[in-house]
Design a protein around this ligand. Structure first.
Ligand code: S3P
Length: 434
């Protein structure tokens, strides 16, 4: 919804603190709906993220005939349709702003007996889809994109054959789409990734009773396996918690507690990077449910210093860089990020849009083709345009903790795609946001 009139106004605030329960994990919520949809029997989802992105997945499944009961915003029962139980939708499926929904559905729908078109908003219609379409075509799927972008047209009824695919870029969405198609392919489908990415699909398939073989950088699935409905407890989203982790580093003199946050090791790069910068973050009450680890995170204000971010951590913190750039702006010295060209094909070109906003606040930086250098220092007040990118809007809200004057953040409606209650939670933590 780029260009929407919604905006945030923030006054500089001195301190944050308290205890927060951030909402459920977006990646896990999408997958719980999709896998529950093709499972046999009922799947109960607790802690579902009721955001626009996940609701786009829900609406698409309903448009294909799936019965889903909503007991509350966060507790759902999916009445699984079984592997071949989805039906042709009456019209194109609109994924809104959600790349995860569109790409995972490409894999899931490549093997169905009907044709389907997947599309999205202006941002999603600019994002690359050939990275998914190409391996699916190699499996036998018939898929058209428009110059590599949505709308994506899938011609159903093609038998799929397993492939052994080396991903050219680290991408959990591409990996997941191939594994989902692999459930319907003859033979054993194997994907090998150049660096570890989030493994929620592999873990959740296991919870639905599917054997996923994991060896080194590869995951394999034999086609024809059936999923059995299960219960899924969704932990809080570390990507949403990240804004409060950074806020806590800047201003939680008495500490800030984030409850039951997902700490799957393929997602915790943000904690590792902040600790390298000198953050005081403790991981407490570690537990596991449904194959996903979670814990309470306790963060306390500390002096941050600039670092060179290890490239191996980039895929493990891929959605957290907007927040991390604010930490870098508030740190002493220079932070350098390289090997992060993927940030240019997210909801926006996050390197360029963050650089523009940092510039507006007087932060010295140098934009690089695959990263950025940021020199920590004082932040002025001013107006920043998020260009409709939810994570950039929230990151600059956190910057108000160090700004010397009021901040205005434009085009923030898409915060609802991942974090519908961001404003009340930010206010509860101590940000002066309206
Ligand atoms: C996601 C994977 C990542 C991430 C996105 C969610 C997922 O995308 O940025 O927000 O749920 O699989 P890529 O696979 O494109 O890196």
């Amino acid at each position: 919804m780029s260009g929407s009139g919604a905006r945030y106004i923030l006054q500089p605030a001195a301190q944050v603190g308290g205890e927060l329960a951030v909402p459920g994990d977006k990646s896990i919520s999408h997958r719980a709906l999709m896998l529950g949809g093709i499972a046999s029997g009922r799947t109960e989802i607790h802690g579902f993220l009721p955001s626009e992105d996940c609701r786009a997945t829900l609406a698409a499944l309903r448009a294909m005939g799936l019965a889903v009961e909503e007991h509350s915003a966060t507790v759902l029962t999916v009445h699984g349709a079984g592997p071949g139980g989805l039906a042709a939708p009456a019209q194109a499926l609109d994924m809104g702003n959600s790349g995860t929904a569109l790409r995972l559905f490409m894999g899931l729908l490549a093997a169905q007996p009907f044709d389907v078109t997947l599309t999205g908003d202006a941002s999603l219609r600019q994002r690359p889809m050939e990275r998914v379409a190409q391996p699916l075509r190699a499996m036998g799927a018939a898929i058209d994109t428009e110059d590599g972008r949505p709308p994506v047209r899938i011609h159903g009824g093609r038998p799929l054959t397993a492939i052994d695919y080396a991903l050219p870029m680290p991408s959990a969405q591409v990996k997941s789409a191939i594994l989902l198609a692999g459930l319907y392919a003859s033979g054993v489908t194997r994907v090998t990734e150049p660096a570890p990415t989030r493994d929620h699909t592999e873990r959740m398939l296991d919870g639905f009773g599917v054997r996923v073989e994991r060896a080194g950088a590869s995951a394999s699935v034999a086609g024809g396996q059936r999923l059995t409905g299960t219960r899924i407890d969704v932990p809080a989203d570390i990507s949403s918690a990240a804004f409060f982790l950074v806020a806590g580093c800047l201003a939680a003199r008495e500490g800030l507690v984030l409850r039951n946050v997902g700490v799957n090791p393929t997602r915790t790069g943000v904690i590792d990077i902040l600790r390298l910068m000198g953050a005081d973050i403790r991981v407490e009450n570690a537990r596991e449910s449904g194959g996903e680890p979670s814990a309470d995170l306790v963060v306390r204000a500390s002096a941050l210093r600039g670092i060179r971010i290890p490239e191996a951590l980039v895929p493990l913190a891929i959605d957290e860089f907007p927040a991390l750039f604010i930490a870098a702006a508030a740190a002493e010295g220079r932070t350098e990020l390289r090997g992060a060209a993927e940030l240019r094909v997210k909801e926006t070109d996050r390197l360029a849009v963050m650089a523009e906003g940092l510039g507006r606040l007087g932060v010295r930086h140098e934009l690089l083709p695959d990263g950025i250098r940021i020199d920590g220092g004082p932040l002025s007040g001013g107006t920043v345009d998020s260009h409709g990118d939810h994570r950039i809007a929230m990151a600059f809200a956190v910057a108000s903790l160090r700004a010397r004057g009021p901040l205005e953040i434009l085009d923030v409606a898409n915060v609802a795609t991942s974090f519908p209650d961001f404003v009340p939670l930010a206010r509860a933590a101590g940000l002066a946001i309206s």
